[in-house]
Ligand binder design. Sequence first.
Ligand code: HEC
Length: 103
Amino acid sequence: MKALTLSVVLALPLMVQAQSRAFPAADLALGEKLIRENGCAQCHARQVGGDGSALYRPAGRINTPDALRGMVEMCNTQLNLQLFPEEVEAIAAVLNRDHYRFK
Ligand code: HEC
């Protein structure tokens, strides 16, 4: 029991570090789930092949955290996903962690 508590305490700073300052309040687990459930990668893969991740171009027009939020919001509207703002934020945060890496 004590060892479990200790490992949780030790893991905490790592988890905090994985959270970008650009998306401080985002729920990363929620974002991952929403990306899976909404078929983002499948459709992107049809555009660019592979696993679809080549579509994410950090050096392109999506070059700030706000641009990334805006793009996810636009896709939300266009695809009529009806995501809540915190869901858009969560998705943007996961894309940032895995692809864009804005600080
Ligand atoms: C029906 C197909 C389709 C689906 C589903 C889709 N997208 Fe896209 N997405 C696109 C296309 C096409 C582009 C490229 C648009 C362009 O370059 O003008 C794009 C571009 C993007 C970009 C910008 C990439 C860059 O760096 O320029 C982001 C971010 C993005 N999509 C996020 C998402 C997310 C998150 C989801 C799921 C919630 C999603 N998309 C679902 C078709 C789709």
